[in-house]
Design a protein around this ligand. Structure first.
Ligand SMILES: Nc1ncnc2c1ncn2[C@@H]1O[C@H](COP(=O)(O)OP(=O)(O)OP(=O)(O)O)[C@@H](O)[C@H]1O
Ligand SMILES: [Mg+2]
Length: 317
């Protein structure tokens, strides 16, 4: 058993224009489109869906058309100030707020489909109803993938066998799905994952990249939760874009201004409760454009520092 620490691979990625739908056209012009992955999934229920050349045969999720968060209480026992939050496939929602404000608690409530049985007292509904018990009890049917900075790998298997094991446990058959999963993961990480290396020898960034790819292909989870993966050695924008492309409902906790501004909605946490829900639309276009510029500069500096160069002039970068 080995606990894998956070990896360091990260480099500048271009943000696809899709991100800026509904946002200022101007901010899109410097960015390239990420090529379609070989994987198709997400929009339909699993029984009719495909992954590369594979038809998924696993016991299926009923189509999830929406997830609803019903209010609980803050740390002082006062009711949260919203009536409900509805999340649909393809939505991207960021969760922001100071340390200790309850961001992780909120996405943990979603992960376990809270029924007023957590410290926050929230309730999570699927398609307007209590989720079936099997979502909670049967890992193979769980429609939620949670990926955190501390994602650990306990399996003493090579990558290919680990994915094979997961395919078997999900009762999925198919030839290309393992390769598809690894090549998708390799879009998210600078250090390429080799199918024959042990899971325990992957870097933190490689592990998280593989988990995200697995969530898209093998788990095919319609709801993906990311808890502060921005500093986790992965190409964050590319991960978000891939999840969006595959029509996942994506909810991510983040302290990164660029990642927050790329989401459609922002849930602001305070004192263990949802304090505000912002839907900025085009209002933040100027800020987004400026953050993209600064992020580009930071990424180029980071690369030069990694390459052992001295940064003697910012203008020349
Ligand atoms: N509504 C609540 N009532 C009581 N306790 C709460 C509530 N919400 C969160 N907590 C508790 O507060 C602590 C901090 O919450 P949490 O870990 O979610 O913060 P966070 O915003 O994710 O912080 P960080 O940015 O440091 O990761 C946890 O122990 C959590 O269980
Ligand atoms: Mg947290």
């Amino acid at each position: 058993m080995k606990i894998i620490s956070t990896g360091s691979a990260e480099e500048k990625q271009k943000i696809p224009s899709d991100f800026f739908k509904g946002k200022d056209e101007e901010v899109t012009k410097n960015f390239i489109q990420i090529p379609e992955t070989t994987i198709n999934s997400g929009k339909k229920s699993r029984s009719t869906d495909t992954c590369g050349s594979v038809t998924l045969k696993s016991s299926d999720y009923p189509e999830i058309s929406e997830i609803t968060i019903l209010p609980g209480i803050n740390r002082n026992g006062c009711r949260e100030n919203f009536s409900s939050i509805t999340i649909r496939p393809g939505d991207t929602i960021s969760v922001v707020g100071p340390t200790g404000s309850g961001k992780s608690a909120l996405i943990n409530d979603i992960e376990i489909f809270a029924r007023k049985d957590t410290v926050t007292g929230r309730t999570i509904l699927i398609n307007g109803e209590d989720p079936p018990d099997e979502y909670i009890r049967d890992p193979a049917k769980k429609p939620v993938a949670l990926i955190t900075q501390n994602t650990k790998c306990l399996a003493d298997l090579i990558v290919r066998d680990f994915l094979q094991m997961h395919l078997i446990s999900r009762k999925i058959s198919g030839e290309s799905i393992i390769e598809d999963t690894i090549s998708l993961a390799n879009e998210f990480t600078g250090e390429k994952i080799i199918p024959d290396v042990k899971m325990t020898s992957l870097s933190g960034g490689q592990t998280r990249s593989l988990m995200v790819a697995d969530a898209i292909t093998i788990s095919n989870a319609p709801i993906v939760l990311l808890d502060e993966v921005e500093n986790a050695g992965i190409f964050k924008e590319k991960v978000i874009e891939a999840l969006k492309q595959h029509q996942k409902a994506l909810i991510f906790v983040t302290h990164d201004p660029l990642v927050s501004l790329l989401s459609d909605r922002r849930i602001v946490m305070k004192n263990g409760a949802v304090d505000k829900i912002l839907t900025p639309g085009t209002e933040e276009s100027d800020a987004l454009r400026e953050i993209i510029r600064m992020d580009g500069l930071l990424c180029r500096m980071r690369e030069k520092i990694r390459a052992g160069e001295l940064i003697t002039s910012v203008v020349a970068i």
